[in-house]
Design a protein around this ligand. Structure first.
Ligand code: HEM
Ligand code: HEM
Length: 222
């Protein structure tokens, strides 16, 4: 990675800060594409659009499972879980952020870490819902023919299959709403620099200083 010269005059403030490495950006966009394909293949047949959706659906589901496994290992052993952990301080920060958003306090509140409370909350909600969809989807594979086995609809009783199907469908319905809200927030002009950082990897030095408590998120220079 290119090191920009840090001039003594600006103290390095004009220098771009790394927000997402290429491997993390690839994970985000590949898992986003997988989720959109999974939702599309599940919902288009309901609208009467016929396609060989089952194969596309389960193959994409397995790809998403592999991506999430890779991300979980990387987050646990290479990045550290602290960045996404919600502590008491995050709750206090979230309260401060809400007051600023409602205009109760005038001065803008800086994010006290790499991710705000709202971002951590949506991350954990995505994790819970995506993991539910993956776990139930893997069990549902028993009920279809794959290159590795023939379908066995009697592997579990009707009651157990009922619960598995309801959880899978509930997870997909939650995902539709969550993805729409997530994309809406990503496209807001005042937070668009975050979307750019998910594409190009960096935020500018002034975006870093204006929006973040730099003592609590020490972003590396690009
Ligand atoms: C239970 C399993 C999971 C764990 C332990 C976990 C943990 C983490 C951690 C610690 C980070 C912060 C990394 C950093 O910026 O330093 C992170 C970021 C992120 N997570 Fe997860 N996560 C999990 C599941 C998921 C799922 C299911 C999704 C969605 C499909 C997801 C999507 C993301 C995205 C897009 C980011 C930001 C990209 C980045 O790391 O720069 N995570 N996760
Ligand atoms: C296709 C449109 C999508 C866009 C434009 C988009 C954009 C973004 C942006 C801008 C961020 C914040 C990065 C940052 O804080 O620096 C982000 C993070 C994240 N995205 Fe997406 N995303 C999309 C789809 C998805 C999908 C489908 C999922 C999962 C099912 C997902 C899961 C996540 C997670 C868990 C994070 C980390 C939490 C957060 O920062 O909000 N994204 N995404």
């Amino acid at each position: 990675m290119v090191k920009h010269a840090t001039s003594p005059v600006d103290g390095g403030e004009g220098v771009r800060r790394v927000r997402h490495l290429l491997v993390d950006r690839l994970f985000h966009w590949l898992s986003a594409a997988s989720v959109l394909i999974l939702l599309g293949t599940a919902l288009l047949p309901i609208l009467g659009i016929e396609l060989a959706w089952v194969t596309v659906h389960w193959v994409t589901g397995l790809m998403l499972a592999a991506l999430v496994l890779g991300h979980t290992l990387r987050a646990t052993f290479w990045q550290g879980l602290a960045t996404m952990w919600i502590g008491l301080r995050d709750l206090a920060d979230g309260w401060g952020g809400l007051r600023a958003a409602l205009g109760v306090v005038r001065e803008p509140v800086k994010v006290g870490g790499k991710y705000s409370l709202a971002q951590k909350a949506i991350h954990h909600a995505f994790a819970a819902v995506v993991l539910t969809a993956i776990a139930t989807g893997c069990l549902m594979l028993v009920k279809i023919d794959t290159p590795w086995w023939q379908r066995d609809p009697y592997w579990l009783g009707d009651g157990a299959w009922g619960i598995i199907y309801v959880l899978h469908d509930l997870a997909s319905l939650c995902l539709v709403t969550m993805v729409i809200v997530h994309i809406y927030f990503a496209l807001r002009p005042e937070k668009f620099y975050l979307t750019r950082s998910m594409v190009l990897g960096w935020i500018t030095g002034s975006e870093y200083r204006e929006n973040y408590d730099t003592s609590r998120w020490e972003a590396e220079q690009e």
